[in-house]
Write a protein that binds this ligand. Sequence first.
Ligand code: MLT
Length: 274
Amino acid sequence: MNRLVRPGPPPVELVARSTGSGRRALVLLHGFPFDHTMWSPQLRDLEARMRILAPDLRGLGKSGLDPETGASLHTPAQDVLAWMDSEGIERAAVGGLSMGGYLAFELWRQAPHRVAELALFDTKAEADSEEAKGGRVAASEEIRRGGMAAVAEGMISRVLGSTTRARRPAVVEHVRRMMLSTNPEGALAALDALRTRPSSVADCPRISIPVLVVVGEEDVLTPVGVAQEMAASIPRAELRVVKEAGHVTSLESPEVVTRALRDLVDRSFPELNR
Ligand code: MLT
């Protein structure tokens, strides 16, 4: 794992998996409450073809947390740009799943010239509704009282599709492991960031780079209809619906996601394909 210390006060130590080589670069942003290992199948299958940077976002996975600055997507986006600087990646295809997708929008707002193409997995452009905000507050209270164990099983039943819950025990276990190893303080900061994130709806028509929108057909958190609407509002978007997968498509249907990312990166750097 690579390490990067972001200046404070207090300084925060972040970790990321950085692998592969070459001028094609892919940045992968994970969802909540997960870590970079939700991209393990893609890291394994794509590292021979390209550079891949998959950070643990601040407060999550094994990355540290500054409680003062954790509660927004602004700082995590600055972190990703700092990672790209330190890894010598000027421009990359950026893939984000759910919270990672919200962050991908924020990255595009902050530094559009560094984003070659976007892949938005199981995510949406809207900000939280009042009902969703209430759900974040309730989840935070449960985590304060009982830690991650208090919310993990309920979350598993919502983030994983029915097919995965019935037939893919290793994926269920992987997701449970990521949730239970999440630092509760980091989860609370992330819930605040999710609750207060800005809407990206007005940005969608202005995104002129090609965008791949991917959604699991069994995703109940960001359902197919939401992905269709988002894709329709982005001028150069292409929509792919993944069969027999819920919200965590990278683990639930890894081959389809790997292929989507490979196509995306090949398209992002056409000058290298000649
Ligand atoms: C995620 O997977 O990142 C979460 O579902 C995001 C959210 O709760 O909005």
